[in-house]
Design a binder for this molecule. Structure first.
Ligand code: GLA
Length: 653
């Protein structure tokens, strides 16, 4: 089969007169566009009144795209319900956490559990699928858009009743729920499922187990909506389906649970323009999506330049769009799509960049879009290949939810804060990581890193222990392995789920005051956290030199079976302690790192390709890689020059 990297973007021809469509397809061909996402928000256009359909525009544009050899990722338009539906059925409107009923005039804002909304979705999807199910331009179905955007949960009475049904099927009877939720606490014991409230605005201290199950339920409601549409589409079409994820910026969706539901994992990623070193966050997103997908995936949306919804929408600098795109490709993407093809003149997103900007073709953005399209044709051999990684970082949305509920030992405890700290420290040592669920098979990894693994099930704890005993190397940060899936503390001393694996227990938490730091004997510095570690098998590598735990272990190492587990009892900074800790663990695990490569030069191996991306403003060289330039054929046998801001892709065999 011919290998092609999918290239294109959201295409909204309904915003333009028909003569523009012809210019669009001509320019799409010039740029090498081979796929566009169509009709994502056009429900109010194709069904102007209930039961009345007008597919004339969509028919013509589908035909024009087909005739020009451009594939279609056909949207189901259910993320933007038409005005007539909201007007006829105001009860579908989403009720937010504070009890406010959200108005229309925009997209989303609908109760995911509403039977009226679900029925209307089924009906429009049936029409679309029946009409275009065997259209040869349709390569992919784009179900809905960004499930969970702008309000993952609805707190209306319909949702509450759906929650009761969900709980009933999870627990069977109310006593099992009371037991799992520990409702003896404050005596908030339920005698029937219908006594349970949705966890909306309430006095503090709503049962955390209830809150976790509410998150799971809300996630499942969106999955149910996806599945309902997918089943309809499958009756008419053999093309695969996707919906666009928002990894890692959507906290509310548990994408591990979505990965088997979709045929193709696709993701939207937007840089936070003002964030320093935001290219590292992009890498993390791409690695996490690859983990969720379990293989290749596609970027459904990123931006050629500025977005319109941040506080200050900085334009991308010269070469940045190319670097971003190639970093996604290096980390497993088989498609690079943008929001959007042509910049909108009207509406909320007119200041968002596009492949074809308001300024037209005599612009740097357009030239870069055309050049990237040409590069991608030369890189088509990358598709379907695997990204090389020997290190796994654990990621769990449930742990994220639980860690950041109210009344934790410190407001400074943050899930992403620690994951990103460890990720960055590895990235800067040019180590490519996979992300894995704590219950996943980890046996293929030399090193596993578990930052902020606050919630660990018994199965996950057993998995980690087995991994170490069988010869694995595990690094764990503080406040991990504390609770189970109901936010119930594992029996005995902390960290109950990891006590034997780490060879220690914790007598007392000593979170630090805002801005305070604790010094370690090694010279490293810890922030946020200190605790009284008691050894029972582990050895102290260094101790706290000051602070509430002065003289007690801060970093430990424990040999268990054929493997080793490290533990950090404080938030080590990258520049001082984290890098040293990870270097030691990487060395023990035998994970090689390139020598003499500047910190911000990204090196990723995918299939037979090695991607070298220079995020600095200095020209550099990378040693130790042999092969030919995948874009211009230059043979490399010594140091490979990578100019400031440039990227070189080497075909190594
Ligand atoms: C999201 C949406 C798009 C568009 C972009 C703008 O990703 O899916 O429709 O609004 O944001 O950045």
């Amino acid at each position: 089969m011919l290998k092609t990297i999918r290239y294109g973007g959201d295409y909204n021809p309904e915003q333009w007169p028909e003569e523009v469509w012809h210019e669009d397809v001509r320019l799409m061909r010039e740029a090498g566009v081979n796929l566009v996402s169509l009709g994502i928000f056009n429900w109010g256009i194709i069904e102007p009144l209930r039961g009345e359909y007008d597919f004339s525009g969509l028919d013509r544009i589908m035909e024009l795209l087909r005739a020009n050899g451009i594939g279609v990722d056909l949207g189901t338009p259910t993320a933007s319900p038409p005005a007539w539906l909201r007007r006829e059925h105001p009860e579908i409107r989403l009720v937010d956490f504070d009890g406010r009923v959200l108005a229309g005039g925009t997209r989303h804002g609908v109760c995911p559990s509403s039977p009226v909304y679900r029925e209307a979705c089924a009906s429009i999807v049936e029409q679309l699928a029946a009409r275009y199910g065997d259209h040869s331009a349709v390569e992919l179905w784009h179900v809905h858009n960004e499930y969970g955007w702008a309000g993952v949960a609805c707190y209306c009475e319909v949702s509450r009743q759906a929650f009761h049904r969900w709980l009933e099927s999870r627990y069977g009877d109310i006593d099992r729920l009371n037991d799992a939720w520990g409702t003896a606490f404050w005596g908030i014991v339920y005698r029937s499922f219908d006594q349970i409230e949705a966890p909306s605005a309430a006095p503090p201290g709503v049962n955390p187990a209830l809150q976790l199950d509410w998150q799971r339920f809300s996630n499942d409601e969106h999955i149910a909506n996806y599945r309902a549409q997918r089943e309809i589409v499958a009756r008419y079409s053999n093309a695969p389906a996707t919906t666009n994820f928002m990894v890692p910026n959507c906290k509310d969706m548990d994408y591990w649970r979505w990965s088997d539901v979709v045929d193709v994992v696709s993701n939207n990623h937007y840089l936070v323009a003002e964030r320093p070193e935001n290219h590292i966050e992009l890498s993390m997103s791409a690695d996490l999506v690859r983990g969720v997908a379990g293989g290749p995936w596609m970027v459904m949306e990123h931006s050629t330049s500025a977005v319109n919804w941040q506080s200050r929408n900085l334009a991308k600098t010269s070469g940045e769009m190319r670097r971003n795109s190639l970093a996604h490709l290096a980390r497993g993407a088989d498609g690079l799509m943008f929001f959007q093809w042509r910049a909108s003149r009207s509406g909320a997103e007119k200041f968002h960049s596009a492949m074809l900007p308001h300024g037209g073709t005599d612009t740097e953005v357009w030239r870069d879009v055309v050049a990237l399209g040409a590069d991608l044709q030369r890189l088509a051999g990358v598709t379907g290949t695997e990204v090389a990684s020997e290190v796994a970082l654990l990621w769990d949305w449930e742990s994220w939810w639980a860690l950041e509920l109210e009344w934790r030992p410190s407001v400074d405890l943050g899930y992403r804060e620690r994951v990103e700290a460890y990720y960055e420290a590895l990235w800067k040592q040019h180590v490519t990581v996979d992300f894995a669920h704590p219950e996943a098979d980890l046996s293929g990894y030399r090193l596993v890193v578990a930052p902020s693994s606050y919630l660990l099930t018994d199965a996950a704890a057993k998995n980690l222990r087995g991994y170490v005993e069988d010869g694995g190397h595990l690094v764990v940060s503080y406040f991990s392995g504390i609770v189970d899936e109901h936010d119930t503390v594992h029996p005995g001393a902390h960290p109950g789920a990891l006590r034997e694996t780490l060879g220690l227990w914790v007598e007392e938490f000593h979170p630090l005051a805002e801005g305070d730091a604790a010094s370690l004997d090694s010279g490293a510095r810890g922030r946020i956290w200190s605790e009284r570690v008691r050894l029972e098998g582990a050895q102290a590598l260094t101790s706290f030199a000051d602070g509430p735990d002065a003289g007690h272990p801060a970093l430990t190492r424990h040999r268990l079976g054929a493997g080793t587990a490290w533990y950090a009892a404080t938030a080590l900074d990258d520049s001082t302690g984290l890098r040293a800790l990870l270097s030691e663990a990487l060395d023990h695990a035998g994970v090689p790192r390139p020598i003499g490569v500047p910190e911000h030069v990204e090196i990723v191996h995918r299939g037979d390709y090695c991607f070298l991306i220079n995020h600095t403003d200095q020209d550099t060289t990378v040693p130790g890689i042999r092969g030919a330039d995948a874009l211009d054929g230059t043979a490399y046998s010594g140091d490979i020059p990578v100019a400031a801001g440039d990227a070189v892709i080497v075909r190594t065999s």
